[in-house]
Ligand binder design. Sequence first.
Ligand SMILES: Nc1ncnc2c1ncn2[C@@H]1O[C@H](COP(=O)(O)OP(=O)(O)O)[C@@H](O)[C@H]1O
Ligand SMILES: O=C(O)[C@@H](O)C(=O)COP(=O)(O)O
Length: 455
Amino acid sequence: MALRIGVLADDFTGATDIAGFLVSAGMTTVQFTSPEDLPEHLDERVDAAVISLKTRSVAPAEAVAQSLKALAALTARGAEQIIFKYCSTFDSTAEGNIGPVTDALLEAMGEDFTVLAPALPVNGRTVYQGHLFVHDQPLDESGMRDHPVTPMTDSSLVRLMQTQAQGRAVVVPYATVEAGAAAVRQALSDARASGARYAVPDTVQMRHLETLGAALTQMPLITGGSGIGYGLARAVTQSQGSADSSAASDWTFSSGPAVVLSGSSSQMTNAQVRTYRSRAAALALDIGSVLTRPEDYCAEVLDWVAQQQRPDALAPLVYATASPKEVRAAQQEHGAQELSAAIEDFFSQLARALHEHGTRRFIVAGGETSGAVTQGLGVRGFEVGPQIAPGVPWTRTLPEVNPGTASAETLDLALKSGNFGEEDFFAAAQQLVSQQPVSQQPLTQQPATPDGGSA
Ligand SMILES: Nc1ncnc2c1ncn2[C@@H]1O[C@H](COP(=O)(O)OP(=O)(O)O)[C@@H](O)[C@H]1O
Ligand SMILES: O=C(O)[C@@H](O)C(=O)COP(=O)(O)O
């Protein structure tokens, strides 16, 4: 079967977020860490491929260039529909990057119209009258108001888009979405005829995403969050009669020691670390040692982890997670960027050392931290499995594209965006492993035949 959906995501855990939702809707999904890593021939069982970029907060021209490369890689694999995945809280500045990237993708695809659909009601992100809410607060009154890189000071998606993009945006109101897919299609066609370039559909419940998915199956470019990915995938798999047989239902895990690495300091991750500390061995990183003697300290932490890894115990936790007050104080003392980079490098080095000493399962908290860990492990592609929590799936590495992992064995990775998961997330991830079902042949890359076709 041809590649039904190709996704380019503007950050790492955002990519795993949408990949997990595509799988939960019944699509076999693989994820790669750059367009270059996408194999020329994907396994024929693959319905969706996700490329994770790091374009959320780079300069707009750089974001556009990387996104166009990813688009080219996906269309070259025959992707029938493209999704540009950004954050469910529309993380961007007045310069971009959601507007410039969307415009560049439209132009490259020869299109003049798309939707902006960031909503993910199961995680409290809803859109009403074109305004984005985080649970019961408008976006600009939520914690996103104080985001260090992309502070969100308006909740109107129409205004947010129009300040950074080239065209006009219009709302598809709640009543139209409630009326069903045909009504949405008509509203989109009217909006386009009126000269609008972007439509913002109200989305209050998960079922609205299914309505939107059914209305949008023929739209070449969709932009939004993981929720619209779910809606589209449901529409496709339902029309094929396969929506109920989740692609993750017969997922298996590798055996071997596990570790939890937490570099996010979000409110939710702080709560998750507190909860887990009461149940498992936990080590708070000494930031001074991370900064001044990272190599020796890495060896000490490695020894500590090895002593704690026992088959009858929960995986040990190593964390840099700290309260906002502690983070601010440390940033003032050492400089925010230097500190982030040092901690990320440390996690990257530690993950590599842990892998070399036998660790096979990594549970990681934090988007940037996940990027650093996968980089340390040399992971460039993985298959996406069952969700531990909405937006956080288990994944396993595809050995063929991960020569850095040194062997044909697969690694299990759970890569969590800072804000996602319940308070017991770290233990819940391991509980899912211990309930693992019957073995399934892992996806492998199709060997290329001399004529360039797949074997
Ligand atoms: N104690 C700390 N003080 C300062 N910065 C920290 C601390 N712990 C982690 N960090 C840094 O904060 C950043 C957290 O970002 P990230 O991993 O993306 O989490 P999130 O998904 O919550 O944004 C990383 O760069 C990490 O290295
Ligand atoms: O859409 C979402 O909310 C997430 O997939 C996402 O992008 C979160 O970003 P980070 O919190 O920066 O990991």
